[in-house]
Design a binder for this molecule. Sequence first.
Ligand SMILES: [Zn+2]
Length: 115
Amino acid sequence: MTTAEGHRPVDLTMDKTARELRIEWAGGGKSVYGFDYLAAMCPCANCREKRAEMENNPLRVVSDELGPAELGDASMVGRYALSITWQAGCASGIYSFDYLRSIDPGNLGEAGEGS
Ligand SMILES: [Zn+2]
């Protein structure tokens, strides 16, 4: 168990209508992740490598061939992570709650108290 107590979710909502994942944390606070953002931040080895490659290459080829990220499936992996499958995208993303905490779009950089 490496997940800190505050990084444990008490409530997880995969909202297919709003196309966002909402997490309420045991340590207080909420995080909201758009599906597109989540799909783009897939933590599997393949996607990590692709992102690293893109960071090292100044040339950007932007395309939306995958279209908007549609949720395929989501399930808990033990107590520490969420497995998310994207319909047109990657199907091997295991999003640990520590990772989700670290990519919280509302909480990047300075820890501000949003509402
Ligand atoms: Zn992936």
